[in-house]
Design a protein around this ligand. Structure first.
Ligand code: HEC
Ligand code: HEC
Length: 406
């Protein structure tokens, strides 16, 4: 991220422009300034899109799945929190905060959910609430990127707090939410309900195979040019278009010849023009640093040596982001999850796997794309066993502390 530049006399840009026009400027200081301002604007725009834009996906969630009917009449806030939905405390006016605090606003009344949607306070859900005969009714419902890729810091209550964009919502049960739809048959509901917490299958509606993956972070991706577990895209925007159109149901087009995908929703494009800002916002989100005191500093230092030496980790987890993604993808067998049946990797465009970047890895348990390692200690044990590393108990502990420090 660029630092804001100090203010300076207003005449200078004009002088700069005149000199540039005369071919006299080589340093480009003013251009840098303009670039920084444009970049900041783009990031701000992208933040709004990431949090609040549905790309017109109400066509899917409202017109097809009719989720607004259920959410508006039968999902009270307690139920919503139980399926992992989060509430943005900063969107709540003081009287609502007080009402929730003293119990005068009921968290077991579906009308409260509608009121929260009206305040735009449910992270990742966008509702349209109309007042008919003095009664608030939810008439449209859509989803945004924040549904899966934001959570809150629980500062007000569990599930209610300040937004943490880019942090995967590992409490969310996307399948259970979709399964609320009255438009689905029992068989479909069974599949969606099987996904569980923090997992989603972004290929199920394409290939009919059921093998969900954990929702990854959308932070720490700056400088990584292979996106998704399988490196399907060279940039974030590729996958944002994929999800916005094929998963969220946004209006626009996604073509992916490698997977025989050619999908157009609606007659207008509400996705393409938003991708540059959306990407800029995600790339501006740094991986969160490990909280002080959350790991043993001396052990972590020793663990770095294990990571680079006896553990052999740096052979793939190399460079500043601890991934060789920009250099190569790997055959499926390089993932400790394989053999996986059915194989998620085999369903992708590349049919290869990307070495996971590890910055901020302390934050987003469980690990591996199937969530099979509950903790970083489990990760180390899996590698130690599967790769026959023969690390001592001390080495394994040190390596774990190092991972916790990243
Ligand atoms: C219903 C949940 C859900 C929603 C909504 C969603 N995603 Fe994702 N996202 C996922 C899952 C699951 C993956 C993992 C897919 C994979 O790696 O194959 C993913 C992967 C990603 C990645 C790749 C991360 C990496 O490490 O390369 C990015 C970036 C991303 N999503 C951004 C977005 C954006 C932006 C939106 C809105 C346009 C969005 N997602 C909407 C679930 C979701
Ligand atoms: C041959 C290349 C390779 C080596 C060597 C390797 N990794 Fe990995 N690592 C990967 C790949 C590929 C993945 C993604 C696996 C998956 O989810 O399918 C991964 C995933 C991980 C994850 C999970 C990240 C997440 O977001 O869930 C951690 C943690 C990790 N590796 C740590 C290590 C450690 C510690 C070592 C050394 C003991 C190591 N890796 C050695 C390629 C490698």
């Amino acid at each position: 991220m660029r630092q804001p530049l100090p203010p300076r006399p207003r005449l200078l840009p004009l002088v700069g422009a005149l000199m540039a026009a005369a071919g006299l400027v080589a340093c480009g200081g003013d251009d840098d300034d303009d670039d920084a301002a444009r970049q900041a604007e783009l990031v701000a725009e992208g933040k709004q899109i990431f949090r609040f834009d549905t790309f017109g996906d109400e066509a899917k969630w409202t017109d097809t799945l009719r989720l607004h009917e259920v959410v508006g009449s039968a999902v009270d806030p307690t139920t919503a929190l139980a399926v992992g939905l989060k509430v943005d405390a900063e969107a709540l006016p003081p009287d609502v905060v007080a009402g929730i605090g003293n119990g005068s606003i009921s968290l077991t009344d579906p009308a409260t959910t509608v009121a929260l949607l009206k305040l735009n306070a449910v992270v990742g859900l966008k509702g349209t609430v109309e007042t008919v005969n003095g009664q608030d009714r939810l008439t449209r419902l859509g989803t945004t990127c924040a549904l899966c890729h934001s959570t809150v810091d629980d500062s007000f209550a569990p599930g209610i707090g300040k937004r943490l964009d880019g942090w995967p919502n590992r409490d969310l049960k996307p399948g259970a939410i979709i399964a609320l739809s009255p438009a689905l048959d029992a068989q479909a509901k069974q599949v969606f309900n099987s996904w569980g917490k923090g997992k989603f299958d972004p290929r199920f509606n394409i290939d009919g195979v059921n093998q969900p993956v954990v929702i990854p972070p959308a932070y720490g991706l700056e400088g990584i040019h292979r996106i998704t577990l399988t490196g399907d895209g060279d940039d974030v925007a590729y996958w944002n278009r994929y999800v916005a159109v094929t998963q969220m149901g946004g209006l626009g087009t996604m073509r992916e010849p490698r997977l025989n995908i050619d999908i157009t929703n609606g007659t207008e494009d509400r996705v393409t023009s938003k991708l540059p800002a959306l990407q800029a916002y995600q790339l501006s989100l740094p991986a969160p640093t490990a909280p002080a005191g959350s790991f043993d500093v001396a052990a972590a230092e020793r663990g770095k040596a294990v990571f680079e030496g006896a553990g052999g980790c740096a052979a793939c987890h190399s460079g500043p982001k601890l991934t060789d993604a920009n250099i190569r993808l790997h055959p499926p067998s390089d993932s400790v999850v394989e053999p996986e049946t059915p194989s998620y990797i085999a369903r992708s465009a590349t049919k290869m796997v990307r070495t996971s970047p590890l910055k901020g890895v302390w934050q987003h348990a469980p690990y591996f794309h199937d969530g099979s390692a509950a903790t970083l200690a489990d990760v180390v044990n899996v590698y130690n066993t599967k790769r026959s590393l023969n690390l001592s108990a001390q080495q394994r502990n040190d390596l774990t502390e190092y991972l916790k420090s990243l």
